[in-house]
Design a protein. Structure first.
Ligand code: PEP
Ligand code: MG
Length: 588
């Protein structure tokens, strides 16, 4: 008997649909275990020695980019990898027990870790996390990063996973999959942001789907209706095949709509820039006639390299080439954000202990960069050098205090001086902006504005920190409300301060690309937005259908009434009345 047709509800990203065969993705968290023959023992020793050497080389390379305190920690990692007692023990056990070397190594090191954890001593428990890091690096080099997990995945399938990391998305994009169905997450998680910019149909918050569907079954994702259809019938398949064709044509029309200026009905131009996550997206921007970038998230250079997980950091030279290449293709501004690692973006290349209790409140972005000056210097130097070839502006993420911003500017000035001495050309007047995404930065916006050449609002984080709710936690999605009255008040304050000081201000969080919020942002005084390229045509069409006057009136009502339910309902009725070209339904 065929499996039953079932509809499940979730939250779609954008408004695409996809039809494909399911592929259940369960990243192997465990090390492979298998028996070997006596004749394989020498080969296992060889693999082990090679993996140790590769791990040491990676760490040595990493040492070139970090400051002395981390260099010393990394040196102890090398010493531990070279530990003769452990090497001997592993080899003896491989020979005696005839199991693969990663299993033997894992068992031995896990045994040590267990002993350490039973001792109540802070120093020893810190040492445990170093040992755990070394263990994962070595095992990764033995089994090669995730090769077992990705190699079986067919093209054009729909991936079903409990959760996805940004590097999973990067990898799947290079394989060419049609969709993602994710059990957890939120539309501002970096996995969802990446999937959206690659145009991969994505729906999340589909409870328990991985235990409900088998591999290789037909499945449909419909982000317009926020549903997944498992085991669709013939009629579903026929309908969705037609819809897919219509969407394809709509996208061709979008390319034309994205190219032209966006003027409101009362003739005010709203500049719309693109957000990009990987350099290859630049080609897609050019195809859509978009020649400015409001946010380039550089951290993905540290997470992924040439279709694989990055195991070493990008050098100054590598970064210089990437930034130069992007900037020289764009006519307008190219806002490049300095490394924002941490939170849900982990770089295996850094290999350090990032397992923090509260990663989103942790050692992230500028906090990390200011305490890893060598690594930060490589990036700033590359950016400054590339600024000679295009209109690069530097944006600093996660500013929490004025001092952090001033210190960063001073750091950049010092590197400029170094470049002058080296006779290397760069743009002397390069603009340095602050990304406002913490409540503290928004409270001191009157102070930051005096130091910053431009301001950008990172609403993804600003909402998460204002509301004290993790942006990737679907259980808190009811709290994650970008038009909560508290957020509206903060946005108003930040936008007004920038406008009154004649400093350019852009909003580059995901809310910029959600049609529902466009009237609110325009009403609050925003005149520049930056979003994923896939949202640009739609938002520009919406802008063309509204006036600043009506948006201002709408927002004032919301601010006066101070009632979230009221805000939602007047916004819904406002949106419903708009006649938008080529526009088929707004998803919140
Ligand atoms: C934001 O926080 O809104 C933002 C643009 O940065 P990210 O999503 O990369 O944290
Ligand atoms: Mg952010």
């Amino acid at each position: 008997m065929p499996d039953k047709r079932t509809i499940l509800n979730g939250n779609g990203v954008g408004d695409d649909v996809a039809i494909g065969n399911s592929f259940l993705y369960t990243p192997s968290l465990s090390t492979p275990v298998y028996k070997i023959e006596e004749s394989d023992v020498e080969e296992e020793y060889k693999r082990f020695d090679e993996a140790i050497n590769k791990s040491i080389k990676e760490i040595e390379e990493l040492q070139n980019h970090v400051d002395n305190n981390i260099k010393n920690i990394l040196y102890t990692h090398i010493l531990m990898l070279q530990d003769r007692v452990i090497i001997r023990q592993v080899k003896e056990e491989v020979k005696a027990k005839l199991f693969n070397v990663e299993h033997i190594y894992d068992t031995i090191i896990s045994g040590y870790l267990e002993k350490l954890s039973s001792i109540n001593n802070k120093m020893l428990s810190e040492r445990s996390s170093d040992i755990a890091d070394i263990k994962s690096r070595l095992i990764r080099n033995l089994i090669q990063p995730n090769s077992g997990d990705y190699s079986q995945i067919p093209e054009n399938c729909i991936i079903i996973a409990k959760t996805l990391t940004p590097s999973d998305v990067l990898k799947f994009n290079s394989i060419g999959v049609s969709g993602f169905i994710i059990e957890s997450g939120g539309y501002t998680s970096h996995a969802a942001i990446l999937a959206k910019s690659f145009g991969i149909t994505t729906i999340f918050n589909i409870v328990d789907i991985s235990s409900k569907i088998k591999n290789g079954r037909k499945i449909i994702i419909d982000c317009r209706s926020n549903i997944v259809i498992m085991n669709p019938n013939e009629k579903d398949i026929a309908n969705y095949t037609i819809l897919t064709e219509n969407i394809k044509q709509f996208k061709e029309q979008s390319i034309i709509d994205a190219k032209e200026k966006a003027l409101t009905k009362d003739n005010i131009e709203i500049k719309v820039h693109a957000n990009i996550d990987i350099p290859e997206e630049t080609e897609n921007l050019l195809k859509h006639g978009i020649d400015s970038i409001g946010l380039y998230r550089t951290e993905f250079l540290y997470i992924f390299s040439e279709e694989d997980i990055a195991t070493t950091l990008p050098s100054e030279e590598t970064q210089f080439k990437v930034y130069k290449n992007i900037a020289s293709k764009m006519k307008g501004r190219v806002v490049i954000r300095t490394l924002d690692i941490g939170g849900d973006k982990i770089s295996p290349a850094l290999g350090l202990n990032f397992k923090e209790d509260n990663p989103f409140l942790g050692w992230r972005a500028i906090r990390f960069c200011l305490s890893n000056r060598q690594l930060f210097k490589d990036q700033i130097k590359a950016l400054l050098r590339a600024s000679h070839y295009g209109n690069i502006e530097i944006m600093i993420p996660m500013i929490s205090t004025l001092e952090e911003f001033i210190e960063t500017k001073k750091f950049i000035e010092d590197i400029k001086e170094e470049l002058r001495k080296e006779n290397q050309p760069f743009n002397e007047n390069i603009k340095i902006g602050a990304l406002i995404e913490t409540p503290s930065a928004s409270v001191i916006i009157d102070l930051i504005i005096k130091e910053a050449d431009f301001i950008s609002i990172g609403s993804n984080d600003l909402v998460q920190y204002m509301m004290a709710c993790d942006r990737t936690n679907e259980k808190l999605s009811y709290l994650y409300n970008p038009i909560d009255i508290s957020v509206l008040r903060v946005l108003k304050r930040v936008i007004e301060t920038a406008n009154n000081n004649n400093k350019p201000i852009t909003l580059c969080g995901e809310m910029a690309g959600v049609a529902m919020y466009t009237p609110v942002l325009l009403g609050l005084g925003i005149r520049e937005l930056s979003m994923s390229v896939t949202s640009i045509a739609r938002i520009k069409n919406l802008i063309r259908s509204i006036s600043i006057e009506e948006c201002t009136k709408l927002v004032n009502e919301m601010l006066e009434k101070c009632d979230n339910n009221f805000s939602k309902s007047i916004l819904n009725s406002f949106i419903k009345k708009i006649d938008i070209k080529n526009y088929k339904g707004i998803s919140e």
